[in-house]
Ligand binder design. Structure first.
Ligand SMILES: O=C[C@H](O)[C@H](O)[C@H](O)COP(=O)(O)O
Length: 220
């Protein structure tokens, strides 16, 4: 927890008055949201957009001013976690199922800051099952095409039911074990009709902040 916390706190230092801030999702992002709320209480003036209903609810409860996407022209900085990060700062995200909104935020941000503890660093992506958001219609066919890309696709379930994303879609966790060419795989998956988005974030990270158990951080 300390590794995630120091990475989150370091990232929050990058926020200035007047910024539009994108809020990520997951446990590391939650630590960042809590720190942002402290700054807001102490006078920092920002507006924020959230990448999930959970993050939006938490931010509102903590007094962070949230604006709807319809009012956002550009985001100054988005701070978000990741499930795996490779040497090129490519990511797997979506362990919490928020990948689509997270990718929209990252794509529309001047600065996309990723915060992780050092256990998330890998030589090659793919040990963590790749989350892919798909529409529920004809999901069996979409799964068949995912399987043809040499993975084991499993529809995410919770309490014996299919888990539904904030966008009303399904999440498929694709077990690849090793992803040799993340960019090529991302394109192949996105070309399957029925796929909404993948959890591969290729070339999107501007800054990576890695926290460790000693309570220090490294910024790339
Ligand atoms: O959908 C969830 C997000 O992509 C999270 O940022 C990712 O799963 C990392 O989560 P955590 O910070 O809890 O490890």
């Amino acid at each position: 927890m300390i590794a995630k916390r120091v990475a989150a706190e370091k990232a929050v230092e990058l926020i200035d008055n007047g910024m539009v801030v994108g809020l990520g999702s997951g446990s590391t992002s939650t630590l960042a949201i809590r720190k942002i709320a402290e700054y807001v209480k102490n006078g920092l003036q920002i507006t924020a957009v959230a990448s999930s209903k959970n993050s939006e609810k938490l931010a509102k409860e903590l007094g962070i001013p949230i604006i709807p996407f319809s009012e956002v022209k550009e985001i100054d900085i988005t701070i978000d976690g990741a499930d795996e990060v490779d040497h090129d700062m490519n990511l797997i995200k979506g362990g919490g199922g928020a990948l689509l909104r997270e990718k929209i935020l990252a794509f529309n941000s001047k600065k996309f800051v990723v915060i992780i503890d050092e256990s998330k660093l890998v030589n090659k992506l793919g040990q963590f099952p790749l989350p892919v958001e798909i529409v529920p219609f004809a999901s069996e066919l979409t799964l068949k095409h995912l399987e043809a890309l040499n993975c084991k696709p499993l529809i995410r379930r919770h309490n014996d039911k299919e888990w539904i994303s904030d966008n009303g879609n399904l999440i498929v966790d694709c077990i690849f074990n090793v992803i040799n060419d993340p960019s090529d795989l991302n394109q192949k998956i996105r070309s399957i009709p029925g796929v909404v988005e993948t959890g591969l974030f290729i070339g999107m990270t501007h800054t990576l902040i890695i926290g460790n158990m000693e309570g220090t951080t490294r910024t790339l």
